[in-house]
Design a protein around this ligand. Sequence first.
Ligand SMILES: *Cc1c(COP(=O)(O)O)cnc(C)c1O
Length: 468
Amino acid sequence: MAKEQLRLLPPIHELLDRVSDMLREEHVSELRAKEWFTEELAQLREDLLQTTTYHTYDRKKFTDLLLARFNEQIGKLNAYNLQSVINATGTVLHTNLGRARLSKKAADHVYEIATSYSNLEYDLEAGKRGSRLAVIEELLAKASGAEAAIVVNNNAAAVYFVLSAFAKNQEVLVSRGELVEIGGSFRVSSIMEESGAQLKEVGTTNKTHLHDYLDNRSDQTAMIMKVHTSNFAVVGFTKSVSSGEIKTALLDEGDTDTLVFDDLGSGSLHPFIHEGIGDEPLISTALKSGCDLVSFSGDKLLGGPQAGIIAGRADLIQKLKKHQLARVLRVDKMTLAALEATLTDYVYGNSEAIPTVSDIRRDKDDIMSECSTFVSSLSLSSVQLEQVEDLSKVGGGTMPLVELPTAGLVVKHPLLSASRLETYFRSFETPIIGRIRSDMYFLDFRTLTADDQKVVKRALTALDNEFL
Ligand SMILES: *Cc1c(COP(=O)(O)O)cnc(C)c1O
């Protein structure tokens, strides 16, 4: 009986015909739908052979069943895996959530450049081939005083590039206190090994003096590298030397050969350090202090796209530009467009327009008053909201000790635990990622835009209705 029923299953082309209008409206490809029906029919065949669930079904009923299931699933078929989520953790540079979010202006510039031809490598004045980096270099020069710069895929690539180009088969001195690992995937010692440079550790974990660097040089020493210990802090009995001090001491001794490279990690173009937020060095300060090269990420404190920027002495940057690896590590036009728009905001005194900068600088009282407005615009019966003060983090491995006073809402429900609430919000149509704070579910408003708040409002209302 069951075997004969298999013949009652509708053929795929018939099903595809029936849903063709829907596919067009929902922007789902026919191939994707075909794949879905194929899987579904295979499952149904198996069920027919093993169960009696469908023994009363005829051709029409099978067709209706498949179409109804398809109707339910179509929303998922056009959904991308990569989707936007709402960051209610308060951590501004959340590495798992994509680090910096771009300004609308930067995103618009990316959109325009990505969907049209551009002068990426074309000099419009001369009518011939041009440089894809010229604009970025000009902006970086204005924003940080850098003589020259090159952009690569990310800061890990930048470090690898500098080491490969200038220290392959030679020694690089690094303080023991700076042999950091970042996010489990960037370990200075491993990158160095990969690049062919030989690591020579100097000093101790908590103290490295100028003489530790100077006395450990040999004929083999190509470079002294400083690594900003972005994601941890050695507190207490410590001593380190800045790249500027090292460079000055080298020059005093007439050593012009040993290069000084400072991996700033994040670096900053906005003077957070002068506003009492953290001690992340300004890129311009690091460059002015005299070190030969610095590198930093595009999507940490800078608030731009994922990128690694190497800036400093023009003759060294020129060597990098001519190196084979420049081509291997080069970034695409979308990255350059996002970076150009972001840097433009710094250059023209508009850094507040960069979401990363404004989110970090947001004042607790402003956040609290936003919470109050939000709460008073809602009327809930079972869900309870409690306005509380808390501390948020910068994240992205930067400013590990900095705590930003913030405000947000503790969400409570008589039937649901904090972890059930966490799951509920995470599974919402636009996933909302909050955090659990002493066994309570907490939404930090620092990182919520006005649009995000509308979604959170819908989620809270739906939650309230669901368990009435
Ligand atoms: C974050 C960081 C890196 C890696 O930068 P990515 O842009 O994530 O590749 C390298 N060095 C330091 C000191 C960092 O903080």
